[in-house]
Design a protein around this ligand. Structure first.
Ligand SMILES: Cc1cc2nc3c(=O)[nH]c(=O)nc-3n(C[C@H](O)[C@H](O)[C@H](O)COP(=O)(O)OP(=O)(O)OC[C@H]3O[C@@H](n4cnc5c(N)ncnc54)[C@H](O)[C@@H]3O)c2cc1C
Length: 249
């Protein structure tokens, strides 16, 4: 099935301003079918646009989906979410998820900036293992965004993110576990570099959710040929990531 054929409509039924940086939207999406992954996301297309942006499905109740939109300086969805968007029809892709602790994982560590907070919220509600979670967020988010379990709140810098520094200071248990993180792409790249020799690909997932360098980049690196070359050479996913990071730096 092509992605286009799998796209389906949804109606915005409510909008709630949680804080200066977060807007919660509820979408009626009768054709949505969950993957079951607690970090699942959809590509969202807002009215009058053809470009998509990715948003985590924070919650599902019958045919109602909740998504939490981070409001940043400027952006396509950022701007739309601040309009009177209740009643708008949007398009959603089929969902995908990445959160997959291996069977031997005895604990989970989560680290995220504000864009990863919706996924952290849903993971905390479903993960049976002991979880330690670190969230970098503006002051006041803690009160605005109740969670089902405690997390360590880290103050967000005035711009960008410093999540990689935090991760390097975490005292990870020596037993097998699962480390999941999501946030700014350059931070994720730094963490992937740091993680080599500490975590293999099964025990760690680091997802770049947005790029602070977008718009300033003069040269993008196409991951396709790097991936194809790596596979042809029999490299593991971790080795291919390393090649990709190297090419981008
Ligand atoms: C799997 C996945 C799940 C995601 N889940 C969520 C979610 O639940 N909630 C959420 O809000 N975001 C989420 N994101 C991130 C979101 O897709 C991006 O932040 C997206 O670029 C926002 O779109 P926009 O139209 O507002 O801004 P864009 O038009 O994409 O960007 C405009 C400018 O803003 C900058 N920018 C983009 N995002 C941010 C940011 N967060 N902070 C500061 N500057 C930024 C860009 O570099 C660009 O210069 C997710 C991303 C992925 C890949």
């Amino acid at each position: 099935m092509s992605v286009r054929a799998a796209n389906h409509p949804a109606d915005v039924v409510s909008k709630e301003v949680l804080s200066a940086e977060l807007v919660r939207l509820r979408l009626r999406a009768p054709e949505f079918r969950t993957t079951g992954a607690p970090d699942e996301w959809v590509a969202l297309t807002v009215p009058g646009q053809f470009q998509t942006r990715y948003y985590t499905v924070r919650a599902i109740e019958a045919d109602l989906l909740t998504i939490d939109v981070v409001i940043h300086e400027h952006g396509l969805v950022t701007e739309w979410a601040q309009t009177e968007c209740v009643g708008d029809e949007v398009t959603l892709s089929v969902p995908k998820g990445s959160y997959l602790p291996p069977e031997d994982a005895q604990w989970v560590v989560l680290a995220a900036d504000l864009t990863g907070l919706p996924a952290v919220g849903r993971i905390l509600e479903t993960e049976p293992r002991p979880v330690l979670a670190y969230v970098e967020a503006p002051v006041g988010t803690e009160e605005a965004y109740p969670l089902s379990a405690p997390v360590t709140w880290l103050p967000a810098p005035a711009s960008g993110s410093e999540l990689a520094k935090t991760v390097e200071e975490i005292d990870f248990a020596a037993t097998p576990g699962y480390f999941w993180m999501a946030g700014e792409s350059a931070q994720m790249r730094d963490v992937r570099r740091w993680s080599r020799g500490r975590f293999d690909a099964k025990h760690m997932t680091a997802m770049g959710y947005w790029s602070g360098a977008r718009g300033r980049q003069t040269r993008a690196v196409d991951p396709g040929p790097i991936y194809a070359r790596g596979r042809a050479a029999g490299k593991s996913d971790a080795e291919i990531w390393a090649d990709y990071d190297e090419a981008r730096s």
